[in-house]
Design a protein around this ligand. Structure first.
Ligand code: SF4
Length: 434
């Protein structure tokens, strides 16, 4: 029988893409997948190092899988934590057999006969074998993420990503299109650290603005195309038109804050007025456009006036979806050296106030959809999404169990429950009391 592998993925969609590619190489190597970690010969944890909480979850997962693995199975840790804290991780977790950075080939159990084989990576240069262009198996769900670039050329004050993911490296358009064809998914979701900058690192071949032809080419190959993480300064008229033309007018704007002085302390572009104008521009072109954004709360130096500006913005912008995250100090970042730390209790109060306001806005916007007929893609039995909901991130639409998974269908919305909608024939599953 072939050797079996189990992969646990933590963190963001970009990590999911890396895991898919890793799975593609393991399958190509003749291994077979298992859902049961205790039956696997190779157990891989693809970690996330974004904030303290994510790091803790990664460590807990590694330890839990160590308990579950069968004797002789190899435990490998990869992903952002391996990349960023390779040496420390290898030292702190002797139960791990291999700590592998991005694109480092994983060793199979047979080669573990002589014990651990650590590959510390923190001081290593960027890997030559990049996970970016590895083959991917056909998507098992109706939608799939596709990563179009790795790394980031910006230097946002709070962010450690460029220090361990490296500068931006855009993929060839042809390779991206081949991957889209291989996945054969109804919906493609493009991801990268800084999506709209695609191509800027290869000015002669691709160049600034090259996301636009890419968007047009991918949308010819998939029914729906969605773009995540758009830095606001790169949201050009051409890009807005290209997104609207795909038929999925969904705008995920990476705003982070709206106070101009605070944004400059974050080493980021823009301010609330510019953002509001851009959102209004988009709504002029496409009144039914859906918006998502993320904001950091409690960045060093955030004053009461900054917070009030953010509240006013949230009220005025009426975005469909917003995520608010507590600032988390990251070693090695510019913000780590800044004074003006915001008290944890105050940060939590600000978060609660913003979330409460946005929850009401989201609920009102969802209520407004009652009575409308929407085209939806069915993700799993009874669960679907329209263009307004990104997979795994936003709400869902409950549809009848009889609607075929992987197909598009038209449904009438009859109810709204917070972020979720209910279509005629759909039902919200009963809560489990246990
Ligand atoms: S754009 Fe800013 S926040 Fe996003 S990955 Fe790059 S440096 Fe980090």
């Amino acid at each position: 029988m072939s050797q079996r592998f189990y992969v646990e993925t933590l963190g963001c969609p970009k990590n999911q893409v890396d895991s898919d590619k890793l799975i593609g190489t393991l399958l190509a190597d003749g291994m077979s997948p298992t859902d049961d970690p205790s039956a696997a010969d190779l157990v891989v944890v693809n970690t996330c190092a974004f904030i303290d909480e994510a790091r803790k979850e990664s460590i807990d997962t590694i330890l839990a899988l160590d308990d579950q693995r069968q004797e002789g199975a190899r435990l490998v840790v990869t992903g952002c934590m391996a990349e960023r804290y390779g040496d420390e991780l290898a030292e702190a977790l002797p139960e791990v057999d291999q700590v592998a950075g991005f694109g480092v080939p994983l060793q199979r159990p047979a080669s573990a006969a002589n014990g651990r084989n650590l590959i510390p990576v923190t001081s290593a240069p960027l890997p030559e074998l990049d996970l970016l262009n590895l083959p991917r198996p056909r998507s098992t769900s109706p939608w799939a993420y596709v990563k179009i670039a790795e790394g980031c050329d910006r230097s946002c004050g709070f962010c450690a990503i460029p220090s361990f993911r490296g500068p931006q490296r855009s993929r060839d358009i042809e390779q991206i299109l081949t991957e889209v064809d291989q996945l054969a998914a109804r919906e493609i979701v493009l991801v990268a650290q800084d999506l709209a900058s695609y191509g800027k690192d290869r000015p002669d071949e691709l160049g600034a603005g090259s996301i636009v032809p890419l968007v047009r080419a991918v949308s010819e190959r998939a029914d729906w195309l969605r773009l995540l993480y758009l830095y606001p300064s790169d949201l050009t008229d051409e890009l807005i038109d290209a997104i609207c033309d795909t038929g999925v007018p969904y705008f995920d704007l990476s705003l982070q804050h709206v106070s101009k002085p605070l944004l400059r302390r974050m080493r980021r572009w823009g301010d609330g007025d510019r953002f509001l104008r851009r959102i209004a521009d988009i709504r002029d072109r496409e009144p039914d456009a859906a918006f998502r954004s993320n904001f950091i709360v409690g960045y060093p130096g955030e004053t009461e006036a900054d917070h009030d500006q953010l509240l006013r913005f949230v009220e005025e912008a009426q975005l469909d979806w917003c995520g608010f995250f507590a600032y988390s100090p990251e070693d090695g970042t510019y913000a780590y050296t800044l004074d003006g730390a915001v008290d944890r209790g105050l940060m939590n109060d600000r978060l609660a106030e913003l979330r409460e306001m946005q929850d009401e806005i989201t609920a009102t916007r969802r209520d407004a959809l009652i009575g409308r007929t929407l085209r939806v893609l069915v993700d799993s039995p009874g669960i679907a999404r329209s263009v307004r909901e990104a997979p795994e991130i936003d709400g869902v639409i409950h549809v009848g169990q009889d609607v075929v998974v992987g197909e598009f269908t038209e449904v009438e919305i009859v109810d709204a429950l917070g972020p979720d909608l209910v279509a005629s024939g759909g039902a919200v599953p009963e809560e489990d009391d246990d």
